[in-house]
Design a protein around this ligand. Structure first.
Ligand SMILES: *Cc1c(COP(=O)(O)O)cnc(C)c1O
Length: 227
């Protein structure tokens, strides 16, 4: 795992340099969903600084054992409103906010613990019916509404494009997310910054970096195939 992690970090750096970006502007989210706590611990000891988890219950259990370890926890899965209470206690960044109702619940729970919760807006950039994320044409209105919630701070956009074996086929979705970000940035919404683009996974992170990713979410290339 240490070797795989090293290789992923090198690939990130190379991809960034090759397109003229500072490698420091791309952060690795090591996706540790379904990975047992002791292996997550090893990953932190090997230099992982951000963990990506998809299930609140699972993350809570791991966090209990790893609370003293120097890692930042990000939520990347589908968040149910009734888990928002736990999510605000655990996660520094929630990547997957796609509905006003969910945003309101996160805001309410964050207020209770006096926290400004940082979030990303998940966009259904491919407009597949089965996918989570706000539709492109609704993103502006959602952002406007969310910008009024005092205990939320929007940092950027996230997407999960359709799966292809061929990374080049995913490129148009990544570039569409960046285009949407550039467009929304011009609206100058109060309390909203859109500097983060969370996109790119094991199969396509280099293309995502070329298209402007600032957070790449990588599981398999670090931990091996999930059970
Ligand atoms: C599982 C998951 C990943 C990581 O996928 P890999 O192909 O294992 O790198 C990234 N993002 C999200 C939202 C995921 O659920």
């Amino acid at each position: 795992m240490i070797k795989r992690l090293q290789s992923v970090k090198e690939r990130i750096e190379n991809a960034a340099r090759a397109c003229g970006r500072d490698p420091e502007t791309v952060r690795l989210v090591a996706v540790s969903k379904t990975i047992p706590t002791d292996r997550v611990k090893q990953a932190i000891q090997a230099g992982v600084t951000i963990l990506g988890e998809s299930y609140v219950q699972e993350a809570r259990a791991k966090f209990n054992d790893l609370a003293t370890y120097p890692a930042s926890w990000h939520f990347i899965g589908h968040l149910q409103s009734n888990k928002a209470k736990y999510a605000v206690r655990l996660f520094d960044l929630i990547h997957s906010v796609d509905k006003l109702k969910l945003a309101r619940e996160i805001d309410k729970q964050a207020k209770k613990i006096n926290k400004i919760q940082e979030i990303l807006i998940q966009v259904n950039i491919s407009e597949e019916a089965s996918k989570s994320g706000v539709d492109v044409e609704d993103a502006h209105n959602l952002l406007k509404d969310i910008s009024l919630l005092e205990n939320l701070s929007v940092k950027g956009l996230m997407t999960m494009p359709p799966y292809f074996n061929e990374p080049e086929k995913v490129r148009p979705y990544f570039s569409a997310l960046r285009g949407l970000r550039d467009h929304l940035e011009q609206q100058e919404l109060f309390n909203v910054t859109l500097s983060e683009l969370s996109m790119g996974m094991t199969g396509d992170f280099e293309v995502a970096i070329q298209e402007g990713a600032t957070l790449v979410r990588i599981g398999t290339a670090i931990f091996g195939k999930r059970e």
